[in-house]
Design a protein around this ligand. Sequence first.
Ligand SMILES: Nc1ncnc2c1ncn2[C@@H]1O[C@H](COP(=O)(O)OP(=O)(O)OP(=O)(O)O)[C@@H](O)[C@H]1O
Length: 383
Amino acid sequence: MSPRSGVEQPSAFPEGPPIQERVAALEVLSPQDIDARLGDLGYRGQPEARRAASVLAYRHLRRIRRLYLEGLEPEPGTRENALFLGPTGSGKTFLVELMFREILGVPTVLADATQFSETGYVGDDVSTLLSRLYEAAERDVEWASCGVICMDEFDKLATSRSDSRFSGQQTTKDVSGFGVQRSLLHLLSAPQATFPPDFGFTSRIRSESLEMGCVTFIACGAFSGFRGTAENMSHVERVGFGREPGKGGQKDLDSIATRITEEHLENTTAFSRYGFIPELIGRFNRLVSFNPLDAATLGDILQDTVLRTWEREFAHEGLQLAVDPAVREWIVARALKRETGARGLRTALAPVLEQAAYEHFGHGKAATVRLVLKDDAVHTVRD
Ligand SMILES: Nc1ncnc2c1ncn2[C@@H]1O[C@H](COP(=O)(O)OP(=O)(O)OP(=O)(O)O)[C@@H](O)[C@H]1O
C-alpha cells in the first residue's frame, strides 16, 4: 500500500527498504569525488561542464539527504534544473547517465522529448515521465522523489516560430509544441504532481502523487540554431560552442567559434524566438555548455573506452589487437568529419574491426592482429 495514494496498487516488486535506509545508503561524495569517478568511468573532456554538473549532482544529493535524513523540507525556489547545450555526441546524456545512475545511484530516467504530445493526442503524455521515474525507483514513490529526469532532444520540442537562422531546421510539430511545454512547465513548478502508475494503460488504477521538491530535471539539446545566431551577432562574446577559435576561417560555420555566454543564453528572448515559452526556459536555472569534442579528446575516448572493449573481445579469441597510431589518427579524423562526436568513433571503427573479426575469429590460435593504414584504408595483418 502506498502511503500517499491510499489505494492498493499492484506491485511487481517486493516491498523495498524504507526511504531513510535507501538515502542513508547513498555514498556521500564531494563534487570533486563525483568528477573523479566520471573520469574512472571513461568520461573524457568537457572540464567546465563536468564541474557544473558535479556541483548539480552534489546539491541533488544534499537535498535528498536533508529531506529524508534530517527532516528538512527543501526551501521553496531552491529546485535546480539544468539545461545542457551542445552538439550531438558531445556527452550530454552520457554525463547524466554516469553521474546520476552510476555514481550517485538515484532513480534516473532518460527520455526523448520528441516522444511527447499534448494530453489526448497520440504520443506520451509528459506525466509518463513520472511513471517512468516510479518504475526506475522500483515502484517506491518516495524513492522516485529522489530521482532525476533527463529529457534529450529538448530543442526539438519547440515550434520554430522564427526564421531558419534560429532553428537550423524547420519543424512542423507546431500543434502540440506549446501544450507539451505548458505541461512540462507545470511539472517543473509544482510542489507535487500526479501520474498514472501504469502509464495510463487502464483507468482503474488511481493516480499516484509525487513530491517534486527534490526531483531534478535536466534538458539536453544541440540548439544548433544558436550557432547561426551567434554568427550574426558579432558582439557576442564567444565561449561555449564551436571548435577552437580562429582555425577554420569565417566561411566554415563549424570553425567559427560560435561561443555564447550564459548571459546570452539566459536571455529567454532568444529561446522564445526558437519557439520556447519563456517561463519554461526560466525554470532551468543552470545552463551548461558542452563543446564539440576535439581530436585529442576523441583520441582518448578511442583508446580508453572504444578500443578497450574490442581488445577484450579479441583477447577472448586468444588474439592481441594492436592498432597503429596512424590508424587511430585516421579514425579520429573520420569521426571529426562526421560531426557526430564520440559516436563517430564507433561508426568509423566498426566496419574495420568487423572485417578483422571475420578474418581472424574462430581459428583458436593465439596471434597478434595488427591494424595498419595503407592507401588511406585500414588493413589487418596477422603476426
Ligand atoms: N565526453 C565523452 N567521454 C567519453 N565518451 C563520450 C563522451 N561524449 C560522448 N561519448 C560517447 O558517445 C556516446 C554518445 O554520447 P551522448 O549520448 O552523451 O551524446 P549527446 O551529447 O547526448 O548527443 P545527442 O544529443 O545526440 O544524444 C556515449 O554513449 C559515449 O559512449
